[in-house]
Design a protein around this ligand. Structure first.
Ligand code: SF4
Length: 458
């Protein structure tokens, strides 16, 4: 068993028994569940909208190279600079180069999972550059020294009392502040950082090929401030975020809002297609877009898994997953948690180390049911399991056990071997690992054949 797998199992055991954690998660997911149906009412046919979105993403991913070239050509025309990064190290090096050139000491950053993926904040800190998270949830997580817990709601596992306590400890505020008062404290502190920062870093929800722009969706306006206030704007975005046309946003913005937070449309939706132009009064003087691969082309090269690149990171599959709701986001030990994280992490970070995530699923299919772009998530999890076996990364014992199981299931004579007592002893006594978190299996005293014959005699 790999270290990551052992850690995952140990953390899962602790978290799934933590009732306070479960209460907080259920409380927050229940609020989400209450509003999503209202958001869906805006679509005359929500299934058709999801189907269309899937088709658009299919086209974008099938022509990814052309889409990215078109994006680059169009952004460059308006003065933007495009950098391709094959992996996280290259992306970090490029950010550092820009920081050194701009003599940057402070960065304001809006929420971006891709920057979590490459551990940007830790890297900047090592290089003596302050990087301040400006999304409130991310700011809370940064204050607490924790990674985001959820791809849309980073501090979902914290109650308002937890946040008040954290602010009191870290910022010396009154521990009884209300959520509104806490927000004002963060707002005050962050406003100063926008004016100090030399560079703003954002992610992007979409890369728009036909106009050479990126689209950022957020509810707090911090993304806009991070992009427009500092003189330099750096965007770091995964290459799979591409959509062919600005017109596609008419479909994707409402879908992302509804499936992400139950809104009809997110409060701030911004398209940025280059630095400030001559006739414009605000915006950064320079804009860089770092297009990150970091394992995505591994997924692209795999025709069955390619579909997972359609993901728009709405987080709906996390909220619907019975496993996520019990073990929480941090237990996965990966940037992307929940069903989509379990699908893509083994391909982004290595099948040997992360194949166990493919088993972190009951295969109930709820994730596929709720996916904004209809990704067949539970089938992809099965696919991962098959690939793990095919690539030889399953253990000898596992292989032997399944071989034996298959032989028995395919052979009526073997299935009839032994009575219920012997079977109970064998399964419950020999397979102790199976029983660790489960009650005993109780086999029928008679085999199916015996019962059938008895029935015919009557
Ligand atoms: S896989 Fe689907 S449901 Fe999950 S985050 Fe991506 S788009 Fe949303």
């Amino acid at each position: 068993m790999s270290d990551t797998s052992a850690t995952f199992k140990a953390k899962s055991t602790i978290k799934s028994a933590d009732l306070e954690h479960r209460h907080k998660i259920n409380f927050n997911i229940a609020r989400y569940d209450a509003v999503v149906p209202q958001g869906k009412h805006q679509f005359s046919d929500v299934h058709l909208a999801r189907e269309r979105a899937k088709n658009v993403k299919w086209r974008a991913i099938e022509t990814l190279d052309q889409q990215l070239e078109e994006f680059e050509m169009n952004l460059t025309k308006r003065g933007g600079k495009v950098i391709y990064a094959e992996n996280g190290e290259q992306a970090l090096d490029e950010v550092l180069k820009i920081c050194i050139e701009k003599n940057c000491k402070t960065i304001v950053k809006s929420k971006s999972m891709v920057t979590e993926e490459i551990h940007l904040n830790a890297f900047l800190e090592k290089n003596n550059i302050e990087s301040v998270e400006t999304d409130l949830g991310e700011y809370i997580q940064q204050l607490d020294g924790e990674a985001p817990y959820h791809i849309v709601t980073p501090a979902m596992h914290k109650s308002k009392e937890d946040v008040a306590k954290l602010f009191a400890e870290k910022l010396g505020t009154d521990p009884n502040l209300t959520p509104e008062e806490l927000t004002l404290v963060a707002r005050q502190l962050l406003r100063e950082k926008y004016t100090e920062a030399q560079i703003g870093i954002t992610g992007a929800n979409f890369i728009i090929s036909d106009i050479g722009g990126i689209a950022v969706t957020e509810n707090e306006g911090n993304g806009r401030l991070s992009a427009a206030f500092p003189k330099t704007h750096i965007v770091i975005v995964g290459i799979e975020k591409v959509i062919p046309s600005m017109a596609d946003l008419a479909l994707f913005w409402p879908l992302l809002a509804t499936y992400g937070t139950g809104q009809k449309i997110t409060v701030y939706n911004t398209i940025m297609s280059g630095p400030r132009q001559r006739n414009e009064v605000d915006g950064p003087e320079e804009m860089y877009v770092i297009l990150l691969d970091n394992g995505r082309t591994n997924i692209l090269a795999n025709p069955k898994q390619r579909e997972s690149l359609y993901c728009i990171r709405c987080g709906a599959c996390l909220n619907a997953c019975p496993v996520y709701k019990n073990i929480g986001g941090h237990t996965y030990g990966a940037t992307y948690s929940g069903p989509i994280g379990s699908v893509i992490t083994p391909h982004l970070q290595g099948l040997d180390e992360y194949k166990h995530l493919s088993y972190a699923s009951s295969l109930c299919g709820n994730c596929t049911e709720v996916c904004a772009v209809k990704i067949n998530l539970h089938e992809l999890l099965l696919e991962n399991r098959e690939e793990a076996v095919e690539s030889g990364s399953s253990t000898f014992i596992e292989k032997a056990a399944w071989k034996g199981w298959r032989m028995a299931m395919m052979n009526r004579g073997m299935m009839n071997l032994g009575n219920g007592k012997i079977k109970n002893w064998f399964v419950n006594g020999v397979f102790k690992g199976w029983k660790k978190n489960r009650s005993d299996l109780h086999f029928s005293q008679k085999t199916f054949n015996e019962m059938w014959k008895q029935r015919l005699k009557k």
